[in-house]
Write a protein that binds this ligand. Sequence first.
Ligand code: SF4
Length: 385
Amino acid sequence: MSSSPLEPAAPVPPDAFGLYVHVPYCARACPYCDFDFRVDPRPDGGALLEALRREVLGRDDARLGQSPYTIYVGGGTPSVLSAEDLGALLAWISSTWSARACAEWTVECNPEHIDPARLESLQRAGVHRISLGVQSLDPVGLRQLGRAHDPDQACEAVEAAQRLGLAVSVDLIVGWPGQTTEGLRAELQRVMSLGASHVSIYALTIEPGTPWERLAERGVRRLPQVDDAADALECCAAVLGGAGFVHYEVASYARGPAYAVHNTGYWLGRDYVGVGPSAASAQHRGDGVARRANPRGADWWAGEGASVEVLDSESAAREALWLSLRLLEGVEIDGFLRRVHRDRAWLDARTARARARGNITLDGGRMRVAAGRWMHHDDIAADVL
Ligand code: SF4
């Protein structure tokens, strides 16, 4: 599939794919978020497991009977499930898809849920890694972002998971109104002092129709500013890069080889199959890609059908180019063109505008986002798609 140096030493099987399982509950609603979730601090995990089983049994998809290369359990907030329900869900995943043997199994968790019982459920099932929604280590930031934990709780969660041998990826949101560069540096220093092997950094964006947007319309709350976000992202790149983290993807930093294998599969164009409400799937069919989107929320619970579209060869190639350019290593041109069944003239034409703007460079058979231009990834997307 790929000659990416991000791939592990062991060869990746040519038919490798990722499995995504969506847990659609959160204890509370963060004011900026429009993901597919229900607010329920004590969700019925047994009902969710039954519904997921029904979906898997009822779907005519050969992938669901095969062993995935990577597994990612996301949400929502999977860790809002009780330790018992979380354990039952993970045991089902483990027995259905030989999860212990996959290259990477990640579960999203929130710091306030990291307790001995849930950690035991994760460990017993054989989960390798958690993606922890720390978001900020500043009490002002956490309050604005509507999070339930405090900075110390987040740090204790990272340390407790690592003590049990779980790899930890820390999610941070930057660019919230009032965040200072000094404050952000202090947050990053504290994250690094915990020994987390992976950090994902997102600039705060307020989705339409969210509580934050309504508060901003009434003048009660400020919207994040694009310039502040750009400064914050530059600060993260300088601090984490200076400490030896490799900035390998637009939003991702890894210490040593601890890159996110599942997510890297998306960027390299690997197939994936998703189960649960709003879960997406994409599978190559000839030169094109068949995409499926599960219904959101109540429609999924009611057993409504998924929407399916087939990207033709040209659309699939453009999307593959855009996704590959999320990786800071860029695109190995000859291999990429073989993969998407296109020629050099196609690539030159597709990237002409982004190159003219100085956002993309060519260097030693690779095409990549130019140094210092990765914050312009949205512009690059608009130019190449
Ligand atoms: S940001 Fe995460 S925890 Fe907050 S509401 Fe959205 S899905 Fe739930």
